[in-house]
Ligand binder design. Structure first.
Ligand SMILES: [Zn+2]
Length: 452
């Protein structure tokens, strides 16, 4: 190993170690240090992956899908590299590989499961081209960071041109994703939910993306919607429509966690159960399942994996504090928030709610998207008390005011959590956007330890 490569790996690991000791996320620094010292580090380490590299892209569900896929592959005895913390820009991707390298500067992995921010694909793909891209969905995200959805689609189009041999595992119900795949002409593996789900009636007021055919510009028609623009669509002009579904979920029950059956393209079936909440998580499970199946795995232990799957990254993460069951979840754009509201409503028990909204760079300074979220639905969600918090607590309070929903504003997240827990509620939901996640999660972890 060259001295520079050795130095890159050592310095990177040291930086990560120090950050962790200081209670900070170290992966971004670790990656930056490694590539500054040795620019070929990612290219060389990624080339050592023995079987295949998966990349997960899409607006919502990347981290859950990617980590679940890694867990599925590990249950099949595979060694997997994964950027499980959700650091999905170039430096986060680099550090996933560098931190897994041994003393001799090599990795020992059968697979890599790497989530990549859509805007970062063009920076990551020069270092390695994935064998598979999982495309979860495309929704409008932080406007001032990503711009309108067309810009993201264009970026992914360019990225896919850099990886001509990549197979795409795509959500058939999302017209924006399938149109992208159709235009790119990459081979695709599709998953979806062919029929309407009675447990998940589609909202009639939700704002939907992709109303017009990406191929010819005609207004699309739908047989039905699941949520947002996901559903069974067709173009009356050019004939573009939802493709045949290779992995289809049906017999869906949302009453106690998620239960459903997947019919594979060879007509065999698998019955799945997960303690996860939220209809949208069926798509995340389907995506990871289809991706693992594409490599020929039987997934016979899938229900055990799902039962043991505790992502511990603020995606539907549970905490138990002094008898209160706390559920923390990230929600950073209208589609994500609307799905979170559905998940809160699937739980019919009485509950309290904290909503934390920040507007730091990673969140996007423009928070006008709050007005595109169906907060009105919280009026029927059996919520006893709502506190809004974070840098933009007052904007959130105003949004609730326009929905005729009472709430209190407490700017400090720590204070908001304390006030809520003093009430001793049975159930507390905390919905946070991006930069609020790490601090809120750390606070909850500490409280859980203190009260034990
Ligand atoms: Zn069309």
């Amino acid at each position: 190993m060259s001295i520079r490569k050795h130095a890159a790996i050592c310095c990177s690991k040291l930086a990560n170690f120090i950050c962790l000791k200081l209670g900070r996320q170290g992966v971004t620094w670790a990656g930056k240090i490694a590539i500054t010292i040795y620019p070929d580090i990612l290219k060389e380490l990624a080339s050592e992956v023995k079987k295949a590299i998966y990349v997960t892209c899409g607006t919502n569900g990347k981290t859950t899908t990617n980590n679940m896929l890694a867990a599925f592959l590990q249950s099949e005895g595979q060694r997997v590299i994964c950027n499980s913390t959700g650091s999905n820009m170039l430096n986060g991707v680099i550090s996933a590989f560098v931190l897994a390298a041994d003393k001799k500067g090599h990795i020992n992995a059968d697979y890599a499961c790497i989530e990549v921010d859509e805007a970062s694909t063009l920076r990551v793909f020069p270092h390695f081209q994935p064998d598979y891209m999982i495309l979860t969905n495309l929704f409008r995200d932080q406007l001032d960071r990503y711009g309108e959805i067309d810009i993201t689609i264009e970026l992914l189009n360019k990225a896919l041109k850099m990886a001509p041999d990549c197979r795409i595992v795509v959500n058939a119900d999302d017209v924006l994703s399938t149109a992208l795949v159709h235009q790119s002409e990459h081979p695709a593996i599709t998953y979806g939910i062919a029929e309407p789900c009675p447990d998940n009636p589609a909202s009639t007021t939700e704002i939907r993306e992709g109303q017009f055919c990406q191929l010819c510009g005609e207004k699309l028609e739908y047989h039905f919607y699941h949520f947002s623009q996901l559903g069974d669509y067709f173009c009356p002009s050019c004939g573009f429509k939802r493709p045949a579904i290779d992995y289809n979920a049906d017999m869906i029950s949302l009453r106690q966690g998620l239960s459903f059956t997947i019919t594979n393209k060879d007509k065999t079936t698998a019955s799945l159960h997960s303690n996860y909440r939220g209809f949208y998580n069926i798509y995340n499970i389907l995506a990871a399942y289809s991706a693992a199946k594409a490599e020929g795995f039987s997934l016979k232990y899938i229900n055990t994996v799902l039962e043991d799957f505790h992502p511990e990254n603020g995606r539907m993460e549970q905490f138990s504090i002094n008898g209160t069951n706390v559920l923390l979840n990230l929600a950073k754009n209208p589609a994500g928030f609307n799905q979170n509201i559905s998940a809160v409503m699937e739980d019919t028990k009485e509950k309290n709610l904290i909503v934390v909204i920040n507007d730091n760079s990673q969140d996007g300074h423009d928070i006008s998207w709050l007005w595109d979220v169906d907060f009105e639905r919280f009026a029927d969600a059996n919520i006893k008390r709502i506190i809004v918090s974070g840098l933009r607590a007052y904007d959130m309070a105003l949004r609730f005011k326009y929905s005729d929903i009472a709430c209190e504003a407490i700017l400090s997240v720590e204070e908001a959590i304390k006030t809520m827990l003093d009430d001793n509620p049975d159930n507390l939901y905390i919905l946070v956007n991006y930069t609020a996640l790490f601090g809120t999660r750390k606070r909850l972890k500490n409280l859980e330890m203190e009260k034990k």
